[in-house]
Design a protein around this ligand. Structure first.
Ligand code: ZN
Length: 245
């Protein structure tokens, strides 16, 4: 028997399947990651295709038969348009979503994941819209990741000194307590990762900017070397893996 249901979902990813279909990975409003089929979605003029692009927030109807879901209707409710015009933000937002996808299996309930992704995309989008600053896009993205981590229950404790002893400059990110510690204190931590001075400074800048910063332009002017961005991204993604494991 076929059951039809409707929901608002975040499209996480899409891939081609068979000659004319696409498989979509979606995150449902009750935090479940599912794969649904878009029958004929690769055909020219397919109605659902433009509404099922990755990073869209879409109202869909799914016909389910023997556990398999087929999308029968899709209408994009929010396109995060500012976010999608910024290539670097979009690319990294996608890598964030792919990390989420790797961490989750089909039909697996992931507490708070839906609101986490939706709110993160939404806030990144809003900031881009306000600043219109392409040079600052990576910086804004890092900020969005901090917001994401705070939503995961990980507001980072950062100061210019070791949060533990206050004597020395921080040199390690300690994942068990979500704080920056000096090397001596970090030897007592279970999950510590060495970070460079630049990353410590960058984390400090972000931690002292509140999520809805009233001065996004100040944030956008921060220039961040590519190597620092890469290292910070690696640290943040390893934290997400640690939280989700
Ligand atoms: Zn210390």
């Amino acid at each position: 028997m076929t059951q039809v249901s409707s929901d608002n979902v975040v499209v996480i990813a899409q891939r081609n399947d068979r000659e004319r279909d696409r498989l979509y990975t979606i995150l449902t409003s009750d935090d479940i990651v599912r794969t649904v089929r878009g029958t004929g979605a690769r055909k020219h003029g397919a109605k659902i295709a433009p509404h099922m692009e990755p990073l869209l927030y879409t109202h869909i109807m799914v016909a389910r038969n023997r556990g398999r879901g087929v999308v029968t209707f899709a209408l994009c409710e929010e396109s995060f348009s500012a976010l999608r015009t910024q290539v670097s933000l979009f690319t990294t937002a996608r890598s964030l979503l792919l990390a989420v996808e790797r961490l989750t299996r089909d039909n697996m309930t992931v507490p708070r994941l839906f609101s986490l992704i939706y709110v993160s995309l939404h806030s990144a989008n809003n900031i881009v819209e306000r600043t219109r600053c392409i040079g600052g896009a990576d910086t804004i993205l890092l900020w969005a990741m901090f917001h994401t981590l705070a939503l995961l229950g990980w507001p980072l404790s950062v100061s210019r000194q070791c949060v533990q002893c206050a004597d020395a400059a921080p040199t390690h990110c300690v994942f068990d307590v979500a704080a920056l510690w000096c090397g001596r204190c970090a030897t007592r931590a279970r999950h510590a990762q060495a970070i460079s001075r630049d990353v410590a400074a960058l984390l400090h800048i972000f931690a002292t900017h509140t999520p809805h910063a009233t001065h996004p332009a100040t944030l956008a002017k921060v220039t961040v070397p590519a190597s620092v961005r890469r290292e910070t991204r690696r640290l943040l993604l390893s934290r997400i893996r640690y939280v989700a494991a």
